[in-house]
Structure formats: structure tokens, C-alpha cells
Design a binder for this molecule. Structure first.
Ligand code: ADP
Ligand code: MG
Length: 451
């Protein structure tokens, strides 16, 4: 079928485009209305997706297979070698040494040598997750199985998983510890299907002692992959093997994953990483400065700079680290110390981005999505509870997260009076202490808005 579709595409995109971009695509899977192709590089995947994605979807659908989207995957080997951050020379040699220690027949991805417990800064927002990870890393009797870690982007899920893996390997070198992303799991699975190698696939995954699957939300909507994951999961748990899973949201919040899998994933310990607070960010920055001092010897930082960054940069640790790295590189390049002035110059864009104002419109959109109601009903005049409660929540969030005044908010809710807004805000303030469902909804919405 893909052969026929390709021919159609040849006609629509032209010969050159076809040879450069379409021909190299390798059809991999069709699941949940998503057609997946293998591509040699991420760049190519992005390019094809941007320029020919719609046409590919169109042609596949025309051929009688309705799809909503195409996705591109890069084979495992290419993928893990193109990491998204600069590495120092020291790191390179160290991580090569450590990767070599990994069993070559194991299906996992390499571990980042910087992601250990030693380098993980603990604070209020992550102390539970850290404690649970520590406990699991001590090995011995399986206490929390599975361990399910969740939290927003850049809050340390991958770091903690790698730390567990390092620790386990250190304590018990013979243990077969496998870490990989859910995407890589799917890639392996699809490849095994294609190569008619399912038995080997199953044997491989069922033979590990500890299985860690990162970003499990990726398998949402991918039914066959989920099914296989579920079987792997059950087989391992039955043998009392440890499983560790991470996700960007709570198990029950992942749409498109079967209930029985959700309930399995929740059956151990579920812990979340909260957005960072000021103290944690400052702690991480201080630690990072220590680490960087070998790389930038003699570089001076003026008082107040770290505090300023911890205040101004969002909850995402990755952004924070990137900013510091850039600041150091810039300062050493121009041979100056890191002053407030230099910081503001060098990081103007990052600071502006983290200044990003959440808008009332954005809040309304998120809230209506969250409660599965129409935007027009959220803003409109209907007073039934199904609309009124989300409306009050949206008003509350608008008051909390934007600088808009009550009358301004009222205007954006179909011209309501400021007293109506105030009433709504108070109602939610009252309810959030009594109704844990509302507290959860607020927390989730706030997170996704601030992400
Ligand atoms: P996630 O997987 O949750 O998106 P990562 O684990 O990749 O996030 O973390 C993003 C970056 O932030 C990594 O470089 C990681 O080392 C760093 N980081 C996150 N939390 C901490 C922490 N508590 N202490 C030190 N570094 C952290
Ligand atoms: Mg991660």
C-alpha cells in the first residue's frame, strides 16, 4: 500500500522532492490513526513533517486508510548519539567508559553520566520522589513496584531514573538494568514486528531485572505498543522484577491508555515532582556553578546574580541550566566577570520568555479543554453547574495568573460584572480547601499553563 501511495506522492511533490524526501521514508507502523515512518535523521523528519506532512496524510487517507497524523522516528542508534546539549571533553570520555560497561545485548539506551544522586539537588518540591527513588535504588526486596514518577518538563524525572540505574549497577553489577524511553520501546517493538522477530523481542524484555520506561505518555493512543508493554509489564511483575515508569502527568490523566494498564501502573507507588521553588532553583544553580568552575577556571560571579536567576527563570530546570551555561560561556569569551548587567544583556531573550504573560484567553482555552466543554459555553450566559463551575475556575486562574483587574476579566467573560468575577473567585478559594477534586483540577491547570 505504501508503494502505491508513494507513487501518488511522486506525482504531487515532483521528482526531486520525491527523491530527496519521500523515497527515503520507511513505513513503520499504523496505529490509532497515526502513520509512523522511520527517517535517518531528526532534521529530515521535521522537514518532511513540515513540508509534506499534510500531503502524506491526505494520500494515505485517500487510499482508504483514514489517518490524522504522521510521525517520524529516528532509529535508536542515531538518536541517542545526537544529544541535545553540549558536552565537555571530560564528560565525553567518562560517558564512553561508562557506556562500555553496559551489557551489549541489553535493549536499553545509554545513561547520562551527569545524572546521579550526587548531582541531584533535593528540595521540598522533589523530596518525596527523591526518597522513593533512593529506596528503589537500594534494591533488595522490591518495595514499590512499579514506581511511577511524574511531573512537568525539565523537573528531573529522567535525571532520577538514570540515578537509580547508576546506583543499581554500582551495587549489583550483574543486575540487568534497562533504561529506555517509551518511544524507543515502541521503536524496538515495531522493528521486531517488521522483522518477524517477536519471540526474541519478548525474551529480551522479559529477561531484565529492572526495567525503566521514560515518558510513558508517549504510548497513549498506540494500541499495539500498549498491549505489548502491558504484557511485558505483567511478566516482569510476576517475576518480582522492578519496574520504574515516568510520565509528564499522573496515570489517570493520560488519555488514550487503557484502564487496565492505568490501574497496573498505579498499583505500586505514584509520586510526583512538583514545580521547583525559589530555594530549589538557587540550590541547583549553586551546584551547577561548582560543576562549571572546573570548566571555566577563575570566572567570577557577582553577588546577587544567582538569586536573580532563581527568581526570574521559570520552574523548568533545563532552561535554568541552559541560561547559566550560556552566561558562563559568554562571560569567559569576553573576559569579564558575571555581573548583573552582563546577565541582563546575555539572557535578555530568556528573561523575556520567562516574563511571558499568561493570557485570559489561554486560560479559557485550557479550562474548556480540561472540562471538555465548548469555549462558547464557558464564556456564555448559561448557568448550569457543568459550565458555571469551570467558568469560576477560569476566573480564579485569571485572577491568580494574570495582572488583569476584575472588571477586565469580567469583560473577557462575555461582559460580566466585576462583582460576578469576585464571587466566582471567592467561591473557588473556598472550595479548593474542601473539595480535593477541585484542588487537583486547579493544580493541573496551573501546571499546564505555567509549563
Ligand atoms: P525531565 O525528564 O523531568 O523532563 P530531566 O531529568 O531531563 O527532566 O532534567 C532536566 C535538567 O535539569 C537535567 O539536566 C537535570 O540534570 C536537571 N535537573 C532537574 N532537577 C534537578 C535537581 N533536583 N538537581 C539537579 N539537577 C536537576
Ligand atoms: Mg525526561
Amino acid at each position: 500500500l505504501w508503494g502505491q501511495i508513494r507513487e501518488k506522492l511522486r506525482a504531487t511533490v515532483g521528482k526531486n522532492n520525491y527523491a530527496n524526501w519521500i523515497e527515503p521514508l520507511e513505513f513503520a507502523a499504523l496505529e490509532g490513526g497515526v502513520a509512523t515512518f522511520m527517517v535517518p535523521t531528526t532534521f529530515m523528519g521535521n522537514w518532511v513533517s513540515r513540508n509534506f506532512g499534510d500531503q502524506i496524510v491526505h494520500e494515505i487517507t485517500k487510499a482508504g486508510v483514514p489517518v490524522s497524523r504522521v510521525e517520524f522516528m529516528v532509529p535508536l542508534v542515531a538518536r541517542t548519539s545526537e544529544r541535545d546539549r553540549p558536552r565537555t571533553e571530560v564528560r565525553k570520555s567518562r560517558s564512553v567508559a561508562s557506556d562500555a560497561a553496559v551489557d551489549s545485548d541489553l535493549p536499553g539506551a545509554p545513561l547520562d553520566s551527569r545524572f546521579t544522586f550526587d548531582t541531584f539537588v533535593v528540595g521540598k518540591p522533589n523530596e518525596l520522589a527523591h526518597a522513593a527513588a533512593r529506596r528503589v535504588a537500594e534494591g533488595g526486596t522490591v518495595t514499590f513496584n512499579p514506581l511511577f514518577l511524574y511531573g512537568g518538563v525539565g523537573l528531573g524525572k529522567t535525571h532520577l531514573m538514570h540515578a537509580i540505574a547508576w546506583e543499581l549497577r554500582k551495587r549489583s553489577p550483574d543486575l540487568r538494568v534497562v533504561y529506555l524511553s517509551a518511544e524507543q520501546f515502541m521503536y524496538r517493538f515495531v522493528q521486531a514486528l517488521r522483522d518477524k522477530d517477536m519471540i526474541a523481542f519478548k525474551q529480551l524484555f522479559r529477561s531484565v531485572d529492572v526495567l525503566m520506561v521514560d515518558d510513558v505518555q508517549f504510548i497513549a493512543g498506540k494500541d499495539a505498543t500498549q498491549e505489548e508493554f502491558f504484557h511485558t509489564f505483567n511478566a516482569l511483575v510476576d517475576q518480582s522484577k522492578q519496574i520504574i515508569i515516568s510520565s509528564d502527568r499522573a496515570p489517570t490523566e493520560i488519555n488514550g491508555i487503557e484502564d487496565r494498564i492505568v490501574s497496573r501502573m498505579q498499583s505500586g507507588l505514584v509520586v510526583d515532582l512538583h514545580p521547583t521553588n525559589y530555594e530549589l532553583r538557587l540550590g541547583i544553580l549553586q551546584q551547577k556553578v561548582d560543576q562549571l568552575s572546573t570548566q571555566f577556571p577563575g570566572l567570577k560571579i557577582q553577588d546577587g546574580v544567582l538569586e536573580f536567576l532563581a527568581h526570574r527563570i521559570s520552574t523548568n530546570v533545563r532552561v535554568l541550566e541552559g541560561a547559566l551555561m550560556r552566561l558562563f560561556a559568554f562571560a569567559s569569551l569576553v573576559g569579564r566577570e558575571v555581573s548583573m548587567e552582563l546577565t541582563q544583556d546575555c539572557l535578555a531573550d530568556v528573561l523575556r520568555a520567562s516574563d511571558r504573560k499568561i493570557t485570559v484567553e489561554e486560560i479559557q482555552r485550557k479550562v474548556s479543554d480540561h472540562f471538555n466543554i465548548r469555549l462558547s459555553d464557558l464564556i456564555g450566559p448559561k448557568r448550569v453547574r457543568t459550565f458555571a463551575r469551570p467558568r469560576q475556575i477560569a476566573m480564579y486562574l485569571a485572577k491568580q495568573l494574570t495582572t488583569r483587574s476584575l472588571p477586565e476579566i469580567g469583560r473577557r467573560f462575555g461582559g460580566r460584572d466585576h462583582t460576578t468575577v469576585m464571587h466566582g473567585v471567592r467561591r473557588i478559594e473556598d472550595l479548593m480547601h474542601k473539595d480535593s477534586q477541585i484542588a487537583d483540577d486547579l493544580e493541573l491547570l496551573r501546571r499546564s499553563l505555567e509549563a
